[in-house]
Design a binder for this molecule. Structure first.
Ligand SMILES: Cc1cc2nc3c(=O)[nH]c(=O)nc-3n(C[C@H](O)[C@H](O)[C@H](O)COP(=O)(O)O)c2cc1C
Length: 428
């Protein structure tokens, strides 16, 4: 369908997108109405130096959460019902089958594949098809596709209808030059009309819920994630993931979580918050600040798949998301996130002290390596695993030396021997 021929409702909304009156206002002041009595001693959200905080959390009353309320509840994404709310981000060169399975075994609720080239899939490219190998154990899985031609995106979607993934995700966030030079990935954010056509084409062709993962905008002068999010909702997309950085930022600076909140306040479909979550504290903060429905973790899971169980154990046992949402920001736009201090008391300490032992780290590396070899064979897997091993060992004593040695090894036996020797040094 041509964009000019959209239904009246869509047309009106598109006009709004171009700067006319905003129908869906950002409900920044609802905090004043919604402020609730939040009692309980186990968890405190605390800003010690309130005056130094520019329009941060409204703490005219001491807020704390009742942790006796359990269960963060299921999340409905179109026809798919997610048991949990902690997802693995799609990462090219990282979230292959082996790593996804490891994350699943460590409690991840939804796994995203690496981005898949829609056109290559249409041309039956074997390497691309191999990236779509999904194992029974992994479910639920979201396959992410990228491309900028609505026709190819639609055709790839039809092909993927026969694959076992539960969700189909559209990439509108990749900043890589070789991707954006073709108009794909985050370049789509520069062209909302084309982005709409693509989303419409994929939604129309898909038998599964379609989600979109986007950035904040192309650069600081073109922040349009709210606009794209509204278009996504109109196109029939079932959930939006937002990474709070512009394309120009790549991965530098801090992710802007305010934009996640703005999107959450602008659409009715679920919003998945992404960017800079590396701990339980970050996860809780993200839920409070953004009101997101789920969080997605990328780099924080590299070498640290335990993060999923840790956050999930905490969420499932301690947190009621509705309670979190009652802690309202006074002014989302001007909130200085770095100045918000969250003090989490004994409850969270319990999960924090649960350090991963060296034995478990080494066992997990070997488990990961086994899976990688099953999938790719020894030659490829050994090389692919080098970066993962570096991430797993990071922070461990003398790990740089071991990492350098492992990078030179060629066989499974050599790597496992080296890892076990390294572990023995800790135990002796
Ligand atoms: C190595 C790497 C590869 C990535 N590949 C993809 C990708 O294929 N598709 C995508 O949407 N985002 C991709 N991303 C972005 C992540 O999904 C995520 O949005 C970003 O890393 C921010 O989240 P984090 O702070 O939790 O890492 C990639 C990120 C990294 C670090």
């Amino acid at each position: 369908m041509e964009i000019e021929n959209l239904s009246m409702q869509n047309k009106t909304s598109l006009q709004e997108e171009t700067g006319l009156q905003e129908e869906i206002g950002l409900q920044e002041n609802i905090s004043l109405q919604k402020k609730a009595d939040l009692n309980g001693n186990s968890y405190e959200l605390d800003c010690e130096n309130r005056n130094s905080i520019k329009n941060g959390l409204d703490l005219s009353r001491k807020n704390s959460l009742d942790l006796s309320k359990k269960n963060s509840g299921k999340l409905q994404i179109g026809g798919f019902s997610s048991e949990g709310r902690v997802f693995l981000a799609p990462m090219a060169g990282v979230t292959d089958l082996a790593f996804r399975i490891i994350c699943k075994r460590k409690g991840c609720d939804l796994l995203y594949t690496e981005m898949i080239n829609a056109k290559a899939l249409c041309y039956d490219d074997q390497k691309t098809k191999k990236m779509l190998n999904i194992k029974e154990e992994e479910h639920p899985v979201a396959v992410q596709i990228f491309g900028s031609e609505p026709d190819f995106m639609g055709r790839a979607t039809e092909i993927l209808n026969d694959y076992p993934n539960e969700i189909l995700d559209i990439n509108m966030g990749c900043p890589a030059p070789k991707v954006v030079k073709n108009g794909d990935g985050s370049a789509l954010m520069k062209n909302p009309k084309l982005a709409y056509k693509i989303m419409e084409s994929v939604v129309k062709a898909s038998k599964k819920p379609v989600t979109v993962k986007m950035r904040k905008g192309w650069d600081e002068n073109s922040i349009n994630a709210v606009q794209i999010a509204k278009l996504a909702e109109q196109a029939g997309v079932s959930a939006i993931t937002i990474h709070g950085r512009t394309r120009e930022q790549y991965y530098s600076g801090n992710a802007d979580w305010d934009i996640i909140r703005k999107i959450k306040d602008s659409v009715k479909i679920p919003v998945i918050g992404n960017g800079d979550v590396t701990s339980i504290e970050d996860a809780i903060k993200m839920f409070i600040i953004t009101h997101c429905d789920a969080i997605m973790i990328g780099r924080g899971a590299q070498g640290n798949p335990w993060i999923f169980n840790r956050i999930n154990n905490f969420l499932k046992n301690n947190i009621d998301l509705d309670e979190l949402r009652k802690i309202e920001l006074k002014n989302v736009e001007e909130t200085d996130l770095t100045s918000i201090k969250i003090r989490i008391s004994d409850k969270i300490e319990k999960y924090k002290v649960d350090e991963v032992s060296n034995q478990e780290k080494i066992d997990t590396i070997i488990e990961h390596l086994d899976l990688a070899i099953q999938e790719d064979g020894e030659y490829v897997a050994i090389r692919e695993m080098r970066k993962h091993i570096g991430w797993y060992l990071k922070g461990m004593k003398n790990s740089a030396k071991v990492r350098n040695e492992i990078n030179k090894l060629e066989t499974y036996n050599e790597v496992v021997y080296m890892l076990k020797e390294y572990l023995n040094n800790f135990q002796n």
